[in-house]
Design a protein around this ligand. Structure first.
Ligand SMILES: [Zn+2]
Length: 647
């Protein structure tokens, strides 16, 4: 259905989503090339063929002010004048007010015009808040913009989605307030506006602050468009912060100026002697040949090169979301540019907000370069949570050190009965039992990443009466390693993953621990003869079995770990089918995307256990898509409840 927006894959706040428009689906992150209706360099259909362009954007203000074009647009629609049957978004003229001050637009009229020419996304005419606006002036821009958005959204879009814009200058509280206001209007599509001067001034740190403040207030279940930020250098960071859609007029502006875009910045064609780009333009003409072309041909070729760069960067970002490595990509790009680096550091200052969306594990490990990497929200949260887990109940502690300490296992035969074991890792001192848990052994570390805490401080923190450090030995073959006991590993991982109360409840019965015959690694855990947990070797965390869910359900009072399902979906969820967002009534705010949860009905009867794909506010905001990937329902067939890891 038009306007449907569904999350398919995510990496923290970054997401791959599917937006349905009246002229087809747009998969985000997406870049919309700007097409000037009066000076078409490349057609939209050709862009789709060459660069995989899905949606384009053109300006309804220019169309409405150009004699002849206006009439044609009314007659043939905006798709007719662009010769394109895919999704088309229109802008309202707001940006023209930023460039030329004497622009007069009738706010209601320009939205009606966009609807009348069949735009798939019609933009409300808003007040561009410049970065140098005083607070009062920025607040005024927000008030006017929100009022117009409310009016346009309540009138409905017909065949068009209504795009409302967040303004508020560089004032984070105004941005957040503006975002809440336009979220409550019922608009279909959100934009973050007024950021072009920040882009042009390379004020990426302030831009990151503006995006974070806006995201805090925006309903998560709608697309977010960062207006005018279509430069490849900024794209990974903006996607990391949760922006889905971008537009670029710069691909053509740069082409007229003889500039070529690259992920690391732009270069002047005049200065290129050794062309390294492998796009079709650059492999069919040398830099000399490009310089020798007639102006029109050169501009066209440079515009194409710029669009190749942009589309390949979008593809690069999508792949990074897919494999959980977008932070790695953003960090590596940031280290090549001082302003981007400042923006990256600024992003890290928002870690409390960002870690709400961070999974406990990813498909990709982390490449730790220095302490800045270690302050990424996923890494710093690991250090905080794992650092709070006491290695055991002993009176003394042995701390294992060594060159490859994070892979080290410890020969437990040398330990006194009341001695616990911890490991000094580059990220801190943690229970030896957490060595296999993400990100410790899945990541790689430069020698400059070093834990700050000293063994003595660690021992004092947990009240150990004695501490000794032991040189660990690293052996490649895991089967020969003496390990932490299964019970200690299960307790430490449970405490880390679910919290101390859950760990106590889960591991209270007559326990059995199964290990893999091939690798020696922990696999299934049973309580009173029934399997409750399954250990995932890839990230060192547990999957919850139905009986484990029953134990947690009995031990933890609501709303802990619960997603509450609406009556209509009870039979489906109970039989093991996915829980879709539109059937979610409520959810625990503590559930992290990717982590385990239990699904109950309105009377808190346990229905199923599974893996949450979304956070609470996302489950309640998205109209479409899966909220919980159900692993086992109470009526799942008996065969699926067989203890798969117990062999
Ligand atoms: Zn090229």
């Amino acid at each position: 259905m038009k306007g449907d927006f569904e999350l398919l894959e995510r990496d923290g706040l970054a997401r791959i989503c599917r937006l349905e428009t009246g002229h087809g689906v747009v998969e985000t992150p997406a870049l919309l090339p700007v097409i000037n209706p009066n000076r078409k360099l490349l057609g939209a259909t050709e862009m789709r063929r060459l660069f995989g362009t899905q949606m384009v954007i053109t300006n309804s203000y220019i169309i409405s002010r150009t004699e002849g074009l206006r009439e044609r647009a009314v007659r043939e629609g905006v798709h007719g004048i662009l010769g394109y049957d895919g999704p088309v978004m229109t802008d309202s003229g707001t940006f023209q007010t930023h460039v030329y001050s004497d622009v007069s637009v009738d706010p209601a009229g320009i939205v009606a015009f966009q609807k009348s020419i069949g735009s798939d996304v019609a933009t409300v005419f808003d007040v561009f808040s410049e970065p140098d606006f005083t607070r009062e002036k920025a607040a005024e821009a927000v008030a006017t913009t929100s009022a117009r958005a409310a009016k346009a959204a309540s009138a409905g879009g017909g065949g068009s989605l209504i795009a409302a814009t967040v303004q508020g200058g560089i004032y984070p509280d105004l941005r957040e307030q503006a975002a809440r206001e336009i979220s409550s209007t019922g608009a279909d599509y959100f934009s973050i506006g007024g950021v072009v001067p920040l882009m042009e001034g390379h004020r990426f740190g302030e831009l990151a602050d503006v995006i974070v403040a806006s995201k805090k207030g925006l309903a998560p279940g709608r697309p977010v468009h960062l207006f005018g930020a279509g430069h490849p250098q900024m794209l990974p960071l903006a996607v990391l912060l949760g922006c889905d859609i971008f537009d670029s007029a710069s691909y053509v502006k740069y082409a007229y100026d003889g500039r070529m875009m690259f992920p690391e910045g732009s270069f002047n064609l005049a200065e290129i002697r050794h062309s390294w780009c492998t796009c079709p333009v650059c492999t069919s003409a040398t830099a000399d040949e490009l310089r020798g072309m007639e102006a029109d041909e050169r501009v066209l070729n440079l515009a194409k090169h710029n669009l190749y760069t942009l589309s390949s960067e979008i593809a690069r970002i999508r792949q990074a979301i897919h494999d959980g490595s977008l932070w790695n990509l953003v960090e590596s790009r940031a280290r090549g540019d001082p302003q981007l680096f400042d923006a990256f550091a600024r992003v890290l200052s928002h870690r409390r907000y960002l870690e709400r969306f961070e999974p406990l594990s990813r498909k990709s490990g982390i490449g730790f370069v220095d302490s800045l990497t270690a302050s990424r929200p996923d890494a710093s949260r690991f250090a905080e949570r794992a650092g709070a887990v006491r290695p055991g109940s002993g009176d003394k502690v042995a701390i294992i050190t060594g060159e490859r300490q994070y892979f080290t296992h410890f020969d437990s035969t040398s330990r006194a009965p009341d001695e616990d074991a911890a490991s000094l890792t580059p990220l801190g001192i943690f229970p030896l039992a957490l060595t296999e848990t993400y990100p410790l052994s899945q990541s790689s570390y430069s020698a400059s990443v070093r834990a700050a805490e000293k063994p003595g401080e660690y021992a004092a923190r947990f009240g150990y009466s004695a501490v000794r450090t032991v040189e660990g030995k690293w052996r490649r073959n895991g089967r020969q390693q003496a390990r932490e006991s299964s019970a200690d590993q299960a307790r430490a991982v449970c405490e880390y993953q679910f919290g101390p109360g859950a760990a106590r409840a889960l591991l209270a019965g007559r326990m059995e621990y199964a290990r893999s015959r091939n690798t020696g690694k922990l696999r299934g855990i049973s309580s009173e003869g029934r399997q409750i947990l399954f250990f995932r070797t890839e990230d060192g965390l547990f999957s919850l079995k139905f009986h484990g869910g029953e134990i947690l359900h009995g031990a933890l009072p609501p709303p802990a770990m619960r997603v509450v399902c609406l009556p209509d979906a009870v039979p489906f969820v109970s039989s093991g089918r996915s829980l879709f967002t539109r059937f979610v009534a409520e959810a625990d705010d503590g559930i992290l995307p990717g982590n385990e949860c239990i699904v109950v009905d309105g009377n808190d009867t346990l229905l199923a256990v599974g893996r949450a794909l979304l956070r609470r506010e996302e489950m309640l905001s998205f109209g479409k898509g899966v909220a919980v990937d159900i692993r086992e329902g109470r009526n799942s067939s008996l065969s699926s409840q067989q203890p798969e890891g117990m062999k």
